[in-house]
Ligand binder design. Structure first.
Ligand SMILES: C[C@@](CO)(OP(=O)(O)O)[C@H](O)COP(=O)(O)OP(=O)(O)OC[C@H]1O[C@@H](n2ccc(N)nc2=O)[C@H](O)[C@@H]1O
Ligand SMILES: Nc1ncnc2c1ncn2[C@@H]1O[C@H](COP(=O)(O)OP(=O)(O)O)[C@@H](O)[C@H]1O
Length: 284
């Protein structure tokens, strides 16, 4: 039997860092949602006690460094599953981009193997397993739109933002999340974005209000390291996106656009500047 799972990318509509914790992680407040740009996973049971990963993408690890491998190993160990699994990853989400591609693959693996092996694990338990793999994995398990606190693993589902187009642009730079958090200094932040204000904007259903509340304190770090990302951000604004922000630790910059008539112009304008551009819908 084969099981298929879709692993969508996330964007952070707001991201604030409160402080660095004694365990080295940062306490955050984020509002995250999913967009319709997704990896596709195919999972098939193997009689032997082994985990095999393949992918059409030549640039991700296929061994135990792969987050899908780690998710399969975790679920096998925790639930004493003797059989193995073959997982094929059809990668569409850019890697190390601030879009949680690896985390979403891990979450899709947890969901898929729960079905493949009839384990009956609840979504809450899958989220707890996900937290052992990475801070963004619990959100990717259930998706939707959520306020994430703690190191990102404590989730409160909230309303979906008003439907719109999301234009994503990624320059050929790989950003390390650990490096960006490592360089972040909370005392250098002059204006913190507000989770409450973003939640209010979303609940009001006003697209303009959502655009006004976009904010990400990690932008300062990544934009300073890579001035070309700042340029890309400005270009997206100039081309007429209604709201622009860097997602997560970057370097992907996204623009929210309400009018379909503007999408092609912005998309084509960016393509002159950046090879990887996607125009997708929010997954609401
Ligand atoms: C910044 C965000 C925003 O959604 O996303 P990405 O840019 O990675 O997509 C997340 O906080 C990333 O979550 P994730 O990529 O799962 O991070 P993890 O694997 O848990 O941690 C990688 C490293 O980032 C740092 N880290 C991560 C989360 C956090 N709240 N504080 C941290 O300081 C730690 O140094 C950790 O060793
Ligand atoms: N299934 C996977 N897909 C993508 N990257 C993966 C995967 N498994 C492990 N990785 C590694 O995880 C790192 C971060 O990848 P990714 O999740 O795409 O970044 P981000 O969290 O910034 O969105 C990369 O260095 C990549 O090699």
């Amino acid at each position: 039997m084969k099981i298929y799972e879709k692993a969508p990318a996330k964007i952070n509509l707001m991201l604030d860092v409160l402080h660095k914790r004694p365990d080295g992680y940062h306490e955050v407040e984020m509002i995250m949602t999913m967009v319709d740009l997704a990896d596709r996973l195919e999972m098939e049971e193997l009689p032997r006690d082994t985990i095999i990963i393949s992918s059409q993408a030549g640039y991700i690890p296929l061994d135990e460094k792969n987050l899908a491998f780690q998710a399969a190993r975790l679920i096998k160990d925790r639930y004493n599953v003797r059989s193995g699994v073959y997982i094929h990853l059809d990668k569409k989400i850019p890697v190390a981009a601030g879009l949680a591609g690896g985390s979403s693959d891990a979450a899709a693996t947890l969901r898929g193997l729960n079905r493949l092996w009839n384990l009956g694990i609840s979504p809450e338990e899958l989220q707890l397993l996900g937290a052992e793999l990475g801070s963004d994995v619990p959100f990717c398990v259930t998706g939707g739109t959520a306020l994430a606190t703690g190191r990102g693993e404590k989730l409160t589902p909230i309303a979906n933002p008003p439907q719109c187009w999301v234009i994503l642009a990624k320059l050929p730079i790989n950003v390390s999340t650990a490096d960006v958090y490592g360089r972040f200094r909370v005392q250098q932040i002059q204006q913190h974005p507000s989770a409450a204000a973003m939640q209010g904007a979303i609940e009001s259903g006003s697209f303009a209000a959502v655009c006004n509340q976009l904010g990400n304190v990690l932008e300062d770090v990544t934009l300073q390291l890579y001035p070309e990302v700042a340029q890309l951000r400005e270009t997206m604004m100039r081309l007429g996106a209604d709201g622009v922000l860097m997602s997560g630790s970057g370097p992907t910059v996204f623009g929210l656009v309400s009018k379909e008539s503007k999408v092609a112009r912005i998309y084509n304008g960016l393509r002159g500047f950046c090879k990887e551009v996607y125009a997708v819908r929010m997954l609401t």
